[in-house]
Write a protein that binds this ligand. Structure first.
Ligand code: 13P
Length: 346
């Protein structure tokens, strides 16, 4: 099966009431780990690459590895998604390369750091939506800025001002026509999200529930959703690593999100931890080894295990065979006719 539209995967997830993990990749072993986990659990899957991943893999290596994935795993509906596109041009180049979904993160300026204005965000995102939908490609937008609450992001105010404002979210979706909306509820990228198990004060699930109430037909996206499990931290530290104690997003909070409109869950850090722990273990236990396969294979197996568990926890397991892919040209016609395909989010 060719690479498919993310919109179709998310529409199906909404109908089925489950979430779909979006796993970041940079290389062949990570793609193989995800595809093996998808086959084992019979899951549709979103594979995503950031700008950094595209430059690391020179883009074309990544794209051709993904084509290999669709050839070798033809039964798995697979999306290739651009994570955090920083400009219209970045999204344009991803679409030209063959990505079937792009994120235009206009919540930040093109430097990827400076918060933008609502007007800038709407304008750039709308431009990407028009360009992408004409080709049947899905668009994810973001409103509010990712970042922790306890670390004083938005300092000087109440530490909450970077979170998504529900009124703005409604207006943003209306003005842009995005297929999926990333919201900021106190999560952040990386291993250091929370200094203790998050509570309603640091992880604002009530905000997410309110946004879903206001936008019941919009697919919500949770970024920074690694759970940073203690066992993966422990393996790294046991074999010479130096991670400080830290907490991620508990699975039960993600599952609460899935009950409230979350359809895409971004996970990168948990896989990085699994890979690093497995490699450190081989280096510590077998210092005589120098064949890269001796550590890359356990690393790939460790990542596959984490991904398979997440696929089951998010509920996408068992759904790979539910539907036939809609060709991108047909998706383009649907966008033209109705603005968006009809979604049932209940
Ligand atoms: P984590 O760092 O929590 O895995 O988040 C990844 C992410 O949101 C990529 O966009």
């Amino acid at each position: 099966m060719p690479l498919v539209s993310m919109r179709q995967l998310l529409d199906e997830a909404a109908k089925g009431g489950y979430g779909v993990g979006a796993f970041n990749v940079n290389n062949m072993e990570q793609i193989q780990a995800i595809m093996e986990a998808a086959r084992e659990t019979k899951s549709p899957v979103i594979v995503q690459a950031s700008r950094g991943a595209r430059s690391y893999s020179q883009d074309r290596f990544l794209y051709h590895l993904m084509l290999a994935a669709t050839e070798l795993y033809p039964e798995i509906p697979t999306v290739l998604h651009l994570d955090h596109g920083n400009s219209v041009d970045t999204c344009k180049s991803a679409i030209a390369m063959g990505f079937t979904s792009v994120m235009m993160d206009g919540s930040l300026m093109p430097d990827g750091k400076t918060p933008s204005t609502f007007e800038y965000n709407v304008k750039t995102t709308r431009e990407v939506v028009e360009m992408a939908h004409a080709k049947g490609i899905t668009v994810e937008g973001e409103i509010g800025c990712l970042g922790g609450i306890e670390d004083g992001h938005g300092a000087g105010l109440d530490g909450l001002s970077h979170l998504t404002d529900p009124d703005q979210a409604v207006e943003f979706v209306r003005q842009t026509g995005v297929d999926a909306l990333a919201i900021a509820i106190g999560t952040s990228h990386g291993a250091y999200k929370f200094t203790k198990k998050p509570t309603g004060e640091t992880l604002k699930m009530d905000r997410l529930i309110e946004i879903h109430r206001r936008l019941p037909r919009t697919h919500l996206v949770m970024h920074g959703s690694s759970s940073v499990p203690k066992d993966l931290q422990d393996i790294i530290n046991q074999y010479g690593g130096k991670l400080k104690p830290t907490w991620g997003v508990p699975i039960e909070e993600i599952q609460l999100g899935i009950k409230n409109g979350v359809r895409k869950i971004n996970v990168d850090t948990d896989n990085r931890l699994a890979i690093t722990g497995a490699i450190r273990k081989v280096f510590a236990e077998k210092p005589e080894e120098f064949d890269p396969r001796s550590y890359l294979k356990p690393a790939r197996d460790a990542m596959k295990k984490v991904v398979a568990v997440r696929m089951t926890q998010f509920g996408q397991a068992g759904h790979a065979g539910d539907y036939a892919p809609i060709p991108l040209a047909d998706m383009a016609r649907r966008y033209e006719g109705r603005g968006m395909p009809v979604v049932s989010s209940e």
